[in-house]
Ligand binder design. Structure first.
Ligand code: PHE
Length: 471
């Protein structure tokens, strides 16, 4: 029982910054802007905002309140709520375990680019084939991954208050300042050749104005699903992370207010990331320049920085510092969840567990790195993409497990234990839970349906059904 000393955040600000640190990650920076550009600019923004306030709020509230009420990690929390639902804890634990295998690999890529810009190699990074050459090489991705993983493990090793909270207090405001700086700079950009002029402000219009061109019901549904899966990944819900962080929140903290702040911060950073990336890409490469996923960050943006001229090297450097901050705080939350769950499970101390988990996932991440050379394969996924090891892990955790876990959590909370169980916890500090009715309605009726559709869509079952019906 010597491990019963429970870790805690010092207060509500520490919690908000750490949770926002988890939520703000590469998803905000490389996925949100890409989706916004693809899905009709302002139209996507409005849909996303509505979803954050309803659906995102519901899932985040559920996770954090489960954590604070049970004071346990996912692995034990669900079993405490209802012994028959213990399996859900195990299922939830799988998500950070899968994510951890590849998040540090991506963190390593970011570190590599940061080092490239630091050593004036930004222009080299803009050349064709740079990214592919790097990730397919044998040693270098492993070395950078290890550096990133060691930094993550160090923060977790230091503990909740001295490590995670202190680190987030310093990094999150820094990230915020950097992103505003680049976003404002993006708006001042201008490109001109013989017959075209494109400016940052025109790019801003592309981002903000709703584009209804060619909008059909089917297209609207697609946008809706894109926004939903983005939101869900972006808030780090349904992976046990917010349950763990919730368990560190003291009982007198006004949860309702803190959760509002986390939603706000995560959405604001995503919005600013769009403001920084879309106009810049638009100015130099037009509307066709927006690539998806990692290639947006590791291929297109270095080209944009190169096209900016001398200022580009500095902007590139600041940009990768910022992304590194975002990725580190997210990876810390994933690793913390693993360490905290295992500490509970094996009754070991934090320091020892951080080292063990660090080593295990270093090995796993090496295998993921080798997925681009020795273990290279091309696996077609049900959602139409071709996967290497990294994409496969990402697919199983985010497209398959997360909607499924969310669906089960909604059923458990909405129908088995009833929403009042969560509402009681939200009000236990003596503060009102303003969106109580909305919460109860969402968790019982709306969220389970949405999660089921999302699950059917990302597993490819929806398409299968569709082609079956139209046959
Ligand atoms: N929420 C993070 C983002 O938006 C992603 C993340 C995924 C963080 C998994 C932690 C765990 O990028």
């Amino acid at each position: 029982m010597e491990n019963k000393k429970k870790s805690n955040f010092s207060g509500s600000l520490g919690f908000v910054l750490a949770a926002a640190g988890s939520a703000v990650g590469v998803g905000n920076i490389w996925r949100f802007p890409y989706l916004a550009a693809k899905d009709g600019g302002g139209l996507f923004l409005v849909i996303y905002l509505i979803l954050v306030l309803t659906f995102g709020f519901t899932l985040l509230t559920t996770d954090v309140a489960i954590g604070r009420r049970t004071k346990q990690n996912a692995l034990h929390a669900f079993g405490t709520i209802r012994p028959r639902w213990k399996f859900l804890g195990y299922l939830t634990f799988l998500v950070p375990a899968l994510i951890m295998t590849y998040y540090s690999v991506i963190g390593g890529w970011i570190t590599k680019y940061l080092v490239a810009y630091l050593t004036f190699g930004g222009d080299a990074a803009a050349q064709d084939g740079y990214f592919t050459d790097f990730i397919t090489s044998r040693i270098s991705p492993i070395v950078f991954m290890l550096v990133f993983l060691a930094a993550t493990a160090f923060v977790v090793y230091r503990g909740v208050e001295k490590g995670i909270e202190k680190f987030s207090r310093f990094i999150m405001p820094g990230l915020f300042v950097l992103i505003i700086g680049i976003a404002v700079f993006s708006l001042t950009l201008r490109f001109q050749d013989q017959d075209t002029v494109r400016t940052g402000l025109q790019g801003l219009k592309v981002y903000l104005l709703p584009d209804f061109k060619g909008l059909t019901v089917k297209r609207l549904l697609e946008i809706l699903l894109d926004a939903m899966s983005q939101l869900f990944f972006s808030l780090s819900v349904s992976m046990g992370i917010m349950i763990t962080y919730g368990s560190y929140v003291k009982k007198d903290v006004n949860l309702s207010k803190s959760l509002g702040q986390i939603e706000f911060f995560d959405t604001l950073v995503a919005f600013l990331a769009g403001m920084m990336i879309i106009p810049a890409v638009y100015v130099f490469f037009g509307t066709e320049g927006m690539a998806s996923g990692p290639s947006l960050m590791f291929v297109s943006l270095p080209r944009v920085f190169e096209a900016m001229g001398p200022a580009g090297s500095l902007i590139g450097l600041i940009f990768f510092v910022m992304v590194l901050f975002a990725a580190l705080t997210s990876c810390v939350s994933v690793m913390e969840t693993l360490v905290a769950n295992c500490m509970e499970l094996f009754h070991t101390g934090r320091k020892k567990m951080s080292l063990i988990i660090g080593v295990i996932f270093a090995v796993a991440a090496v295998i993921v790195c080798l997925g681009y050379n020795i273990f290279y394969f091309e696996l077609p996924l049900p959602n139409g993409q071709t996967a290497q090891i990294l994409d496969l892990m990402d697919y199983i955790s985010n497209s398959f497990l997360m909607p499924f876990i969310s669906l089960l959590t909604c059923i458990l909370i909405g129908w088995v234990v009833k929403p009042s169980w969560i509402c009681e916890e939200m009000e236990s500090s003596g503060h009102p839970f303003g969106r109580k009715k909305l919460y109860a309605f969402m968790i019982r009726y709306v969220a389970p349906v949405i999660m089921a559709v999302l699950f059917l869509q990302s597993t490819g079952i929806l398409n299968l059904l569709r082609s079956f019906i139209s046959r």
